[in-house]
Write a protein that binds this ligand. Structure first.
Ligand code: NAI
Length: 504
């Protein structure tokens, strides 16, 4: 269903199903509900116009409605072509008090199974609000996951300032070539309709809060190059985000994705996990919990040693790929699982990615293997049959096939519904607090502002606050420091309890 400029989702008829799920999720998201309670009356986000680019799931619906409850206007797109839960998107458009014939909620541009062209059109839709061309109503904040919305503004402005119209192809573009062509086509169209489109959008923007490791890397690069257009809050590196969502969230949603996709027993099998950062730790623990024998690869000696001390074999994918029943990449890096690895896999081995972008697995290389046949088992589950021939090891190999999940994109959101509500309540409470921080700062006179065009983390006291909001729901009783004890270890009785460099 579509109303141009207002929403584009699979079907508003799904709204009721979505609303039931949102209602149950609210119960599991005590952090967000507590923020509604704390700030609902004061409306601290009144006047905030937030462009959100983050997986359009049930949990995200609770985030969106929390931002609205605090006074914000919001427009939303997903940050992945497969991650939208269509019933959640419909429910958000309809809103808690509307109906499919009279939608009263938030504009959403997202459905499961977008093409790349549609994906970037949706991203543009959240940045260009009705009335924005008159300097009215455009977004003044971005809430990003992976940095695509932020990237579109930065790239659009670069082209605009250089006075060039983005070409279809840029010779020598190193990676993501097809996708970058799609982005340039969107930018070209935008510039043709309004030559100052991105200047106007950028001028109105007062900041971004960024959800994930990959997006945060992009922001630090922009800041180091002096190109960041507005202040950024790194939500990912709140302890209550990356040490919870990236780890415990993955521990839940990785097996969820694998099970929904394949139903292959994990116990007793060999699982190869590439990367032992926060996401890798959750992935390895999940496989071990199911009784798999887990092998980990790492480039960082500290993380490699951690994996070894946690009891995992640490090896190179090149050496042991032939043993693996599952290969899951968690690195946020590119070209981690190459065509040579996929050619060396066992018959019916499962390959999946749980990092942010699809370039961790060489899908183009797999598609280019002579004689390879792709069979859709069901949406986001494909069997790739590799003809008999010589393998990458030089040995004769019979015909075999491998199962690739979500076409190499993040499988916990493509094959399942992403992380569960409780862990996302932690992440999204950080997002809301980040938006509050930036919006409050924008209201200050220019010479009193705390945030410059740099990347910031939330103060530890707010990180501890997010954790606190989740304790009661789990029946946790904190021990209280006596004044004497607090003085002895040199912290205030009410916190913060750790120095910034403490690693948890
Ligand atoms: P991290 O930086 O903690 O961990 C990544 C690890 O991969 C590092 O330890 C690094 O040394 C290692 N690595 C890099 N290149 C490698 C290679 N070629 N082979 C083996 N190891 C390699 O990052 P984090 O937080 O674990 O995030 C990883 C990715 O997952 C990011 O793209 C992030 O955006 C994404 N993410 C995905 C989520 C999901 O729901 N699917 C949730 C949270 C994060």
């Amino acid at each position: 269903d579509e109303a141009p400029g207002r929403y584009k989702v699979r079907s508003l008829a799904l709204a009721e199903a979505g609303r039931h799920q949102i209602r149950l999720a609210e119960h599991e998201m005590p952090g967000l509900m507590a923020l509604r309670e704390e700030y609902g009356e004061a409306q601290p986000l009144a006047g905030a116009r937030i462009a959100g680019s983050l997986h359009m799931t049930v949990q995200t619906a609770v985030l969106i409605e929390t931002l609205v409850a605090l006074g914000a206007q919001v427009r939303w797109a997903s940050c992945n072509i497969f991650s939208t839960q269509d019933e959640a998107a419909a429910a958000v458009v309809v809103g808690p008090h509307g109906s499919p014939s009279d939608p009263q909620g938030v504009p959403v541009f997202a459905w499961k199974g977008e093409s790349l062209e549609e994906y970037w059109d949706c991203t543009e839709q959240i940045l260009v609000w009705p009335g924005a061309e008159n300097g009215q109503g455009g977004p003044n904040l971005i809430l990003d996951d992976g940095g695509d919305a932020t990237m579109l503004v930065h790239l659009g402005l670069q082209y605009e300032r250089a006075g060039v119209v983005p070409p279809d192809t840029l010779p020598g573009e190193p990676d993501h070539t097809h996708e970058m062509n799609v982005v340039r086509a969107v930018l070209r169209r935008a510039l043709e309709s309004d030559p100052l489109r991105w200047t106007t959008v950028a001028q109105a923007l007062g900041g971004v809060t960024e959800e994930t490791t990959t997006g945060v890397h992009r922001l630090y690069h922009l800041a180091e190059a002096g190109e960041l257009l507005f202040p950024a809050i790194n939500v990912n590196d709140s302890v209550t985000k990356s040490k919870f969502d990236n780890k415990y969230g993955i521990r839940h949603s990785l097996p969820d994705g694998i099970n929904r996709a394949t139903d292959i027993l994990i116990g007793g099998k060999v699982a190869f996990v590439c990367g032992y950062g926060d996401v890798g730790k959750g992935a390895a623990e999940a496989f071990r919990g199911q009784g798999a024998r887990v092998i980990v690869s790492e480039v960082d000696p500290i993380c490699a040693l951690q994996a070894a001390m946690d009891g995992f074999q640490v090896a190179r994918l090149d050496d042991l790929v032939g043993e693996a029943d599952f290969v899951i990449t968690t690195t946020g890096n590119k070209d981690v699982v190459g065509t040579r690895h996929m050619l060396a896999l066992k018959d019916k081995a499962v390959v999946g990615n749980i990092g942010h972008f699809d370039n961790e697995i060489d899908m183009a290389g797999l598609a280019a293997v002579p004689g390879v046949v792709k069979t859709e088992i069901k949406p986001q589950v494909h069997e790739w049959t590799i003809p008999a021939g010589v393998g990458p090891d030089g040995a004769e190999r019979p015909e075999r096939s491998i199962i690739v999940l979500s076409e190499g994109r993040l499988l916990n959101l493509g094959n399942a519904t992403g992380h569960p509500s409780f862990v996302m309540s932690n992440s999204f409470a950080n997002q809301v607090i980040g938006q509050l921080e930036l919006f409050a700062d924008m209201a200050r006179p220019a010479d009193e502002r705390q945030y410059e065009r740099q990347v910031y983390r939330l103060p530890k006291v707010l990180d501890e606050k997010v954790a606190r909001l989740h304790l009661d729901a789990l029946g946790v009783r904190l021990t209280e420091l006596s004044k004497d004890q607090a003085d002895y270890i040199g912290v205030p009785v009410e916190g913060p309890y750790k120095a910034d460099h403490y690693r948890y």
